[in-house]
Design a protein around this ligand. Structure first.
Ligand SMILES: Nc1nc2c(c(=O)[nH]1)N[C@H]1C(S)=C(S)[C@@H](COP(=O)(O)O)O[C@H]1N2
Ligand SMILES: [Mo]
Length: 317
């Protein structure tokens, strides 16, 4: 029985980063700089040279996919975080100096008890739980990530949504001093925003993540707090959240606004609904050879399919 052991303790924290994946990710192979970066990655050194605080009292996961964890080194060195850079291999370095001092999250809108949380108050809402989830990027690569976090339902319950609240809007910090690409509106409209229907946000699988591999979230993964909705494409998982608002109308979502025919508001993982420019039928699991089939709702259909009963998933994609 492994019930009492964190998955992050059973699997080596830093295993070899898959070299081919790294190269495929666009690293300039053959250059001195490229070789140095690859060398440090192969040796499992976090490129920002920092170590992260272990989170105390993490409740081990009770269920997890029967698939190997993606090494921590891969999770923290292959990222999408356009506020820093659009190069997945460069986010770790570009975010190394990012700090979260004095961070607050304002929770308001259609609720009885709007409130601004500092990080201690946020963490006090619920015990930290390990949640081992598949992560499926819309670009057709995937990972298995041992997050630490808690159900967003705990946060929403604390502010007491009004009966008129139907959606939840999320917003990333806007600070071009700390997020250099926010000076360039051609990258994306800033700040990054996302949204969920209230019943989706209330689902127990939807979490606010404050850590991974038993440690506080590194900047490149969305420190200090990131949304994780494992049955949806990764872009719904908005990073570095400062604002959460209950609304009665569907809130704007960054990629959906940018290219509505390519990225829907729902963005549920669906192998039968191709992206206009590529198939979603299979995926590259980082660190694995070959491709594996993509699962409906990313493998969480038993838990979440009922949320979408009666909807046409080709229309509301
Ligand atoms: N603020 C913000 N959140 C973001 C993104 C981003 O560019 N900015 N990228 C998204 C995409 S496309 C993915 S796949 C995941 C990646 O999360 P990870 O780097 O922790 O794996 O973050 C999502 N959240
Ligand atoms: Mo993504």
């Amino acid at each position: 029985m492994t019930d009492k052991i964190l998955s992050s303790e059973i699997t080596p924290r830093d295993v070899y980063f898959n070299r081919r994946t790294f190269l495929r990710g666009g690293l300039i192979a053959g250059t001195a700089a490229g070789t140095a970066v690859l060398y440090r990655s192969l040796n499992g050194v976090n490129r920002d040279g920092r170590s992260y605080k272990k989170i105390a009292g993490v409740v081990p996961a009770t269920t997890r996919p029967d698939e190997p964890l993606t090494p921590r080194t891969s999770i923290i060195n292959y990222n999408n975080f356009y506020e820093f850079t659009t190069n997945k291999n460069e986010v770790a370095a570009a975010s190394a100096k990012f700090h979260t001092t004095g961070w607050t999250i304002a929770v308001g809108g259609l609720c009885h008890a709007p409130r601004t949380f500092d990080l201690d108050q946020l963490r006090a809402l619920a015990p930290p739980e390990e949640r081992v989830y598949r992560h499926r990027c819309v670009e057709a690569w995937s990972m298995v990530i041992p997050w630490v976090g808690f159900s967003i339902s705990k946060l929403l319950a604390a502010v007491q949504p009004l009966a008129s609240a139907k959606f939840v809007a999320f917003e990333t910090l806007m600070d071009p001093e700390r997020f250099p690409n926010q000076r360039d509106a051609s990258v994306l409209p800033w700040p990054y925003v996302e949204g969920l229907r209230l019943d989706e946000a209330m689902h127990p699988l939807a979490i606010l993540a404050t850590g991974l591999y038993g440690e506080e979230l590194p900047p490149q993964d969305g420190a200090p707090v990131k949304l994780v909705v494992p049955w949806k494409y990764g872009f719904k998982g908005i990073k570095s959240i400062v604002k959460i608002t209950l609304t009665d109308a569907q809130p704007p979502a960054t990629w959906n606004k940018r290219a509505p025919h390519e990225y829907g508001f729902y963005a549920n993982v669906n192998p039968n609904h191709a992206h206009p420019r590529w198939s979603q039928a299979d995926e590259q699991r980082i660190g694995e050879d070959g491709r594996r089939p993509t699962l409906m709702f990313n493998g969480y259909a038993d838990q979440v399919a009922s949320l979408y009963q009666g909807m046409n998933l080709d229309v509301d994609f």
